[in-house]
Design a protein around this ligand. Structure first.
Ligand code: HEM
Length: 463
């Protein structure tokens, strides 16, 4: 039983520690076509030893260079220190543009600054505290459904749960909203936009539209109509406790300027796209890890019982659930839901002593950084305690960046973390997670990092 990047099928290392599934790296001997094909099929399998061993690897790319970064210094240079010299790449714009062109996820420059200032306060602690009881409500209905139907696919079930949480937190409970249609449309948009295709490797100008399937474009129209309808409803009948009302009222603290109707609509869609699949995948992989490791399940359960007893997991409990939080952190280290970010350089600079020219592109690979031997002890091993032994692993500029870094760091990180801890704590305390004996899913990157083929499970209510 080994624990190295070359032996990726061993489930335990030489000391009996659990080694969860790892994307098979290239050997470094493959030719151009094999490398490109592997990258398109599963981008995180498209890297060889050089990317795992060097902080920056540069390759020619249509007359410019493509740089792959997998260390904190390089990431911080691109995402934070030199952030004003970079934008997201055209491929990001082509994938996200049709759904959320004017939203925070896609805009740049002054428009981004103004939106970020207006949107960031929605996710402050004060609002998180108000939103926590809504998560509890959704968890109650989710558990009722699970009690009736304990056999489920973890990925689908968690997508359902996190969608319902976002719908409740973002939308309140608007009358006349067909939530199932909205959910279906969002899933279709995420699935059709979130799959890389060969033409995505061509450096098309930003204005060239990315063809969408008829199903994808119908889903997109439905989603836009739903967002516009909700905004119109909320503008007429404002309520206090949901994020849409806060978004409508949001103003740049300095100028007092609000968001346009298009910006508001695109941000609602952006929150659904950025917020539900990512959190769902964190919970899916966390339940897989906990279901594969009885000792971790027991420790979470003991912790939750001692902090919350048999009752609801409340906002005030969250910071006391330190081990549960460490399991979420270790899950996002091993399976960062957004495993690769991208940037395009617009002004000459230097990174890791290498000259970077305008037009060069970057792949910022946190999946690789999170599993690099020179940055982590036993990187392939599941060890949540590493975050308790060494809290600086989560400090700014460290090798742990599931939410990105710098000014464009995930605006919803506090909300996602709160939701993930509350859901994991509740589910692991109240259910035994039974997985098939051979369950060892390959991590597959589309735009997010999913378990290939899903994860069938039984959640058995503890009595
Ligand atoms: C575990 C869950 C989540 C993960 C791992 C995650 C990850 C990320 C990452 C890595 C970025 C930076 C992208 C880049 O720099 O290119 C980002 C940005 C963003 N995320 Fe999240 N996210 C999560 C949950 C959420 C939630 C719940 C929301 C909202 C409800 C959200 C909304 C956004 C938005 C609007 C941005 C763009 C911010 C900007 O450009 O200023 N995310 N997210």
């Amino acid at each position: 039983m080994a624990n190295s990047h070359s032996d990726i099928s061993a489930r335990y290392d030489g000391r009996g520690r659990f080694v969860p599934p790892h994307a098979k790296p290239l050997s470094g001997r493959e030719g151009f076509f094999k490398r490109t094909w592997t990258f398109l099929r599963n981008p995180i399998e498209g890297f060889g030893p050089m990317v795992y061993n060097q902080p920056i690897v540069s390759v020619p790319n249509f007359g410019k260079k493509l740089h792959v970064i997998s260390d904190p210094e390089g990431m911080m240079a691109v995402l934070a220190k030199e952030a004003n010299k970079f934008t997201k790449t055209a491929i990001d714009a082509r994938i996200l543009g049709p759904a959320t062109k004017e939203g925070l996820l896609s805009v740049h420059g002054e428009q981004w600054k103004r939106q970020r200032k207006s949107v960031a306060p929605l996710f402050r602690k004060r609002h998180m505290e108000d939103l926590a009881p809504l998560i509890t409500e959704v968890l109650h209905s989710f558990c009722k459904k699970v009690n009736a139907e304990p056999e489920l696919d973890l990925n689908a079930a968690m997508a359902e749960l996190t969608f319902d949480v976002l719908a409740r937190a973002l939308l309140g409970d608007p009358k006349g909203l067909d939530k199932d249609r909205l959910k279906f449309a969002t899933r279709n948009v995420v699935t059709s936009a979130g799959t890389l295709r060969p033409d995505d490797l061509i450096p098309w100008p930003r204005w060239v539209p990315r063809p969408i399937t008829p199903k994808g474009s119908a889903a997109l129209r439905r989603l836009k109509r739903a967002a516009d309808g909700l905004l119109a409803e909320r503008t007429k009948h404002p309520v206090e406790d949901d994020l849409i009302s806060l978004l409508i009222a949001a103003k740049d603290p300095k100028t007092g300027e609000g968001l346009s109707a298009r910006e508001q609509g695109d941000n609602i869609i952006g929150f659904f796209i950025a917020g539900h699949e990512t959190t769902a995948l964190t919970l899916t992989w966390a339940l897989f890890l906990v279901g594969s490791h009885a000792e971790t399940a027991r420790r979470i359960r003991d912790e939750v019982l001692s902090v919350c007893g048999e009752g609801d997991v409340l906002f005030d409990h969250i910071e006391k659930l330190t081990f549960t939080q460490a399991v979420i952190d270790e899950t996002m280290r091993l399976y960062p839901p957004a495993p690769m970010l991208n940037r395009e350089c617009h002004e000459e600079t230097e990174i890791h002593g290498r000259k970077i020219e305008a037009g060069d592109t970057f792949l910022l690979c946190n999946y690789v950084m999170h599993r690099t031997e020179r940055l982590w002890d036993n990187p392939l091993t599941f060890d949540p305690d590493r975050f308790l032994r060494n809290p600086s692993l989560k400090s700014k500029g460290s090798a742990f960046m599931p939410f990105g870094a710098g000014p464009r760091i995930c605006v919803g990180a506090a909300f996602a973390t709160m939701e993930a801890v509350m859901a994991l704590a509740t589910l692991v305390r109240d259910y035994e997670i039974e997985l098939p004996g051979d369950c060892y899913p390959r991590p597959l990157m589309t735009v997010t990092l999913r378990p290939e083929g899903g994860i069938p499970a039984r959640l058995i209510k503890r009595t």
